[in-house]
Each structure stands twice: as C-alpha cells, then as structure tokens.
Design a protein around this ligand. Structure first.
Ligand code: NAD
Length: 343
C-alpha cells in the first residue's frame, strides 16, 4: 500500500479530512479540519487550478495546520481548518458550486467555518451562506485588511523596541514590498510614525500613490532586497526569505504581512544566525482573522482593537524567549501555539 495522506508531513494528526463532490455543480472540494481543541476550525476556502489531486491535498493540509497555529497564537477561541476547491477561479466558478460547498459544510455541523481566500470572494461566500451559517467574512461588514495592517504596525513597534531599543520610527528606513490592501495601510501608519519608506510593487499606480502621499522612494521589484533599510516589510508574496534574499538584505528586522515568508523552515535559523530579527508571519498578520472571528462570533467589537494590538505583546514574548533559548523566533512562535492548543 502506498502511504500518502497519513505520511504527509502536514497531516500531523488532522482530526478529519473530507472529500466533497457534487456532480451537478461540478464541485470537487477538500475540507481539512486540523484541530478543534480551542473551538470550531476556521480558515478560508481557496480555489485553485491544482495540477493534481495530490497537490490539492498537500496544500489543504499545509494551510489547515497553519490555521491552527495562527488562531491559537492570536488567542482566538477557534481551531484550525481550511478548504480547497479544485478548478480555475476565473473560468470554472459557479454560484451552484459554492452552494454545494455550503451543503457539505452543513453536513459537518459547524466543525469547520469557511471564509474567502485566494480565488474566492465575498460574493462566493454569500452563495455558501445560502446553504449554511458556517461561513464568515461575507464582506458586508468591512474589509479585514486594515486590521492586518494594524497588527503589522504594532508588531513592527515591538520588533524595533527589541532590536534597536527604540520606541519611535523617526529616522528608521523601511523597505516595503507590495502596496495592496495590507501594504498600503501599513505604509500609511509607518509614514505617520516618522519612518522613511522605500517601496516596490508590480503595479505602477500603487507606487505612484505611495510616492505622492508618503514621499516614498520607489525601486524596481527585484531591487527591494538590496536597499539600505533598517526594516524589511514583505506584504506581497510568500517565500521572500530564502538563501538569495537573505544574502542580500541589509535590514536587521523583518516585519510584514505576507503569508509563508520563510521559503523553508530552516530560513528561521539563518535569520537568527545573521542577526536578523524575524517577526513570524502567522503571528504578525493575524489582525484579519481576529476581525473575521469577532464578526462571526458576534463578539462585541469594542475589544477588537485591543485584541489586535496584543499582537505586539505576543511578539515581544516571542523575541524574548527566542533570545533566552537561543532558537529562531519561528520555533518559539510554534511552541507558543502548541502550548495553547495541545491540551
Ligand atoms: P493584495 O493583492 O491587495 O496586495 C498585494 C500587492 O502586492 C499588490 O499591490 C500587488 O501588485 C503586489 N505585488 C505582487 N507581486 C509583487 C512583487 N513581485 N513585488 C512587489 N509587489 C508585488 O493582497 P493583500 O490582501 O494586501 O495581502 C498581501 C499579503 O498579506 C498576502 O501574502 C496575503 O496572503 C497576506 N495576508 C493578507 C491578509 C489580509 O487581511 N488581506 C491577512 C493575512 C495575510
């Protein structure tokens, strides 16, 4: 027998993995529930033209496990899960497919709550909601990305305090990559706090706006790794901390909103050896899921801002423990998550 799913590194004792199909709509989805010790599993639904079913399985397991860690460190009463739909989001999507996904979630009885992700939209989630209440972030109560940006900002404050022993961004230079929903708002906060900005984006309009509004210096997309900066803020792509970029970065602090910043787990140790303080991605970018969780659980929102700001305190703890134990910050972040969800 060929071992595949149970031996996958990210299977990691998933509680449940469901293959959901519905022939009329053409739905082919995989729903992964990694861990529900802290509450119902929550994580987005990704639609992607996977090259194979095995690739879709690997992706959903990796993402679902990641949500357990992210939600636990964020101090949310939810577990980790994720779903993927196999298909091209530009050409294959239909409302019926999302309704069929809603029926599949209903059969899970609330063990997994979905939301939008890459390839899916608030409108798709509205179609899911025709069939189930186990769906969050319908888009009717606002975009979560300003909260992600706030988390990045307070995370960066904690990082400069730890590394440079400074409370202020005055005189510090930030190399910020990607001026989208998160990056633009994060850049605005950094500019208001006195940081000098060097920015890159593949979109000419976005960089022009940052130049005009924040006096940002603009560089080519590939040059962002070489500029003289104190802090690198990845807010576009994953895997931008890799052997090539880590040999080029001059910044001594990495604090940005992008997901999956480490190309491989070993990059955490390379950052440590190079004296680069890395704010683990799933800790610093949790502002959006905090907002979505508050909405879904109808938690009074007066405590939400303070909850997002606690990301700064969590990171201060991560940095201090990493120093004391001589291990990468990414390892400490994982440990803090495990201390919370592995009860
Ligand atoms: P977005 O699509 O609004 O913005 C991404 C920006 O990056 C765009 O402006 C795009 O033009 C730019 N970009 C793409 N390739 C680039 C390149 N090679 N160099 C420079 N810029 C490039 O996305 P977003 O919602 O701002 O999310 C940004 C990152 O943060 C993603 O990795 C996302 O997964 C992560 N994230 C977002 C949230 C959220 O609340 N939106 C929450 C957690 C994590």
């Amino acid at each position: 027998m060929t071992a595949f799913v149970f031996n996958e590194v990210n299977f990691d004792n998933h509680e449940q993995v469901v293959f959901a199909s519905e022939p009329k709509s053409g739905l082919r989805a995989i729903i992964a529930v990694h861990n529900t010790n802290l509450g119902p599993a929550m994580g987005g639904c990704r639609m992607w033209n996977y090259a194979s079913e095995a690739e879709a399985v690997r992706d959903v397991l990796r993402l679902s496990r990641g949500m357990t860690y992210k939600n636990a460190v964020a101090g949310l009463p939810i577990g980790g899960g994720k779903s993927v739909m196999i298909g091209n989001p530009k050409t294959d999507k239909t409302p019926a497919m999302f309704e069929a996904l809603g029926e599949a979630l209903e059969r899970l009885g609330g063990r997994y709550v979905t939301a939008e992700d890459i390839g899916t939209s608030p409108q798709d989630m509205a179609n899911v909601a025709h069939k189930t209440r186990y769906v969050a972030g319908l888009g009717d109560r606002g975009d979560p990305s300003p909260f992600t940006a706030l988390g990045c900002f307070v995370g960066a404050q904690a990082a400069i305090k730890h590394h440079f022993k400074r409370d202020s961004f005055d005189g510090l230079t930030v190399a910020l990559q990607g001026l989208g929903h998160v990056g633009y708002d994060y850049a605005r906060r950094l500019h208001q706090a006195g940081a000098k900005l060097i920015v890159s984006d593949i979109d000419a309009q976005s960089v022009k706006r940052a130049q005009e509004e924040f006096g940002a210096q603009v560089v080519d997309v590939n040059a962002i790794y070489d500029v003289d900066a104190d802090l690198y803020a990845p807010c576009a792509l994953g895997a931008t901390l890799n052997p090539d970029t880590l040999s080029r970065l001059k910044a001594k602090v990495v604090a940005g909103g992008a997901n999956n910043q480490l190309a491989t787990p070993e990059m955490g140790e390379i950052c440590r050896q190079k004296g680069i303080l890395y704010a683990p991605d799933f800790v610093i970018n949790a502002g959006g899921i905090i907002k979505v969780c508050y909405e879904y659980m109808s938690t009074p929102e007066d405590g939400m801002d303070a909850h997002v700001r606690r990301i700064g305190e969590t990171l201060a703890e991560v940095f201090a423990r990493a120093d004391a134990e001589g291990v990468p910050t990414s390892v400490i972040a994982d440990r803090i998550a495990e201390e919370r969800f592995k009860k």
